[in-house]
Design a protein around this ligand. Structure first.
Ligand SMILES: Nc1ncnc2c1ncn2[C@@H]1O[C@H](COP(=O)(O)OP(=O)(O)OP(=O)(O)O)[C@@H](O)[C@H]1O
Ligand SMILES: [Mg+2]
Length: 266
């Protein structure tokens, strides 16, 4: 294995001037125009931006499913471009759970088999695979659909299978492209709760594309893409979040004080 360039930092992800230009025929389409960003270990990051702003493109680069045209991507201090394809595939399988915007389920495989695919690549024994597939299917509320094929499921159910599959190898890093985009409010809340638990209780780092930052309390940080770059107004959101927390605390203290006053005066 060649010596890897090491970047000293505690970040799980560091992006330096990442650019991506798609070339179709004579046409050059610059999508990412110099992205600088970091994701800390254990952080829950939300990605927002208008349709076509490059969210999926950036997520694919983070998941090593696509390569940037220029710039450096350090994943756990290793520069990704210096890894061989096999090394990238191994890291992807062992450490990363990727939830695609379009699910990417195998249509000819059952729900159970779809969830098992990453475990097969990870050489997990059949008995353990099946048990874990059942556990995960139950966790996303589809334990009763194990024998179904994706074509026999609703969009929201496919979404949930894609989530179960992404969790099957206990990833330390989850990349999720609008994982609640096809779900009703109740299921969406449940799935966000699941991600929240993975993040807060198991320390899983999550980067999630969302159109709905109103699901905000889960996020540590929101990154907004605009015109191929990171829009600094995201900081406003962080400030608002802090203000919200302060307001909530003040309200709680006031409520508590009112209860105490009532108790004393009764
Ligand atoms: N393979 C490709 N070849 C050429 N252009 C592409 C390719 N993939 C994406 N693009 C273009 O890059 C831009 C960004 O696409 P991307 O899918 O990253 O957007 P997005 O922010 O995820 O949008 P959405 O919210 O609709 O999912 C779009 O204008 C798209 O047309
Ligand atoms: Mg997208």
């Amino acid at each position: 294995m060649p010596d890897k360039e090491v970047h000293q930092s505690g970040d799980i992800v560091r992006l330096i001037d990442i650019r991506k230009t798609y070339i179709t025929g004579d046409l050059q389409v610059p999508v990412l125009k110099g992205i600088h960003a970091t994701v800390k270990r254990g952080e829950f990051v939300g990605f927002i931006g208008t349709s076509g702003s490059g969210k999926s493109t950036l997520l694919n680069i983070l998941g090593m499913l696509d390569v940037p045209t220029a710039g450096q991507y350090f994943l756990e201090e290793t520069e990704v471009s210096q890894l061989t394809d096999v090394e990238q595939a191994t890291i992807r399988n062992r450490k990363i759970g990727f939830i695609f915007q379009s699910f990417n389920l195998f249509p000819h495989l059952s729900v159970e088999e779809n969830i098992e695919v990453p475990m097969i690549y990870g050489r997990i024994a059949g008995r353990i695979r099946r048990k874990r597939a059942l556990d995960l299917a139950q966790r996303v509320g589809l334990g009763h659909r194990l024998g179904h094929r994706p074509t026999q499921l609703s969009g929201g159910e496919c979404q949930r299978i894609a989530i179960a599959r992404a969790l099957s190898n206990n990833p330390a890093f989850i990349l999720a492209d609008e994982p609640t985009g096809n779900l009703d409010e109740k299921t969406s809340d449940e799935i966000m709760k699941l991600f929240h638990e993975l993040n807060r209780e198991q320390g899983v780092t999550i980067v999630m594309v969302t159109h709905n930052p109103a699901l905000g309390p889960h996020y540590d940080k929101i990154i907004r893409l605009r015109d191929g770059r990171i829009d600094e107004t995201l900081l406003e959101w962080e400030v608002k979040k802090q203000e919200h927390a302060v307001f909530k605390e003040i309200e709680e203290q006031r409520d508590k004080a009112e209860v105490e006053i009532n108790e004393v005066t009764q």
